[in-house]
Design a protein around this ligand. Sequence first.
Ligand code: SF4
Ligand code: MG
Length: 281
Amino acid sequence: MAVAKQKLSVPFDYDKYLRKDKLPHIWCPGCGHGIVLKSLLRAIDNKELSKDDLCMVSGIGCSSRTPGYVDFNTLHTIHGRAFSFATGLKLAKPSLKMIIATGDGDAMAIGGNHFIHTCRRNIDMLIIVYSNAIYGMTGGQSSPTTPIGSIATTARYGNVEPPFDICEMAKAAGATFVARGTAYHTQELERTFTEALGHKGTAVVEVIDSCPIYFGRMNKQRGASEMMENIEKNGTFSVKQADKLPDEKKEGKLVRGILHRVERPEYCEQYDKLIVAKATK
Ligand code: SF4
Ligand code: MG
């Protein structure tokens, strides 16, 4: 009897991108970082990028542990300096597809200056900012994205500093691709990463993420699932929804999606042209 051919959906093979000997990972139960990594690996697969052509660089923090778990070329460096190391690597080997894994504290405070100048130069790299509004690994201190009024170990009565808008900062500094996703909207995040990986120039993707252990506990969001629900219900709206929603429904929320995409000469290519021009003079 003829058996009707059925298209079977093949489970995604995460193992081929992971260093299984480095597992289990250090992330706390309920942390959003693993979800972000999952979307990234699927995007890398969508783009059919070779592991040997990928290079992931990080600074310090929970999110900066990501390179340890992926089977690419990887570099775990010092606080806030992933951008500098990645710039050097990219100049030495421009064929590498650079990915930076960084946190809101690592990228916006310690590495803020490096972040700005990477965007200004438009160096071809994807910068993923795991944005959970707190320093996780170093003990729950307030970061440049901690909302006003939120509690942190360094803001026991509530944070009084206005937070940075990472995407606005990236755009103002010259990044040519700027997007925001969340650890809740995983398929959308995969699509955003896929687009970002195909971009030539500095691509910044801020991912609204959750730290249930520090931010959650100190701010009465006790469970990981509750934090995810908050991201879904209260945190963001999509670019598509932006035109339809009244202003009062958007107040206090962040917009998700691709927010900025332009073309501009890429730094390494400009540099190479200069070398060729000088050599042939
Ligand atoms: Fe995640 Fe927070 Fe734990 Fe770090 S401290 S792994 S950010 S939950
Ligand atoms: Mg953080």
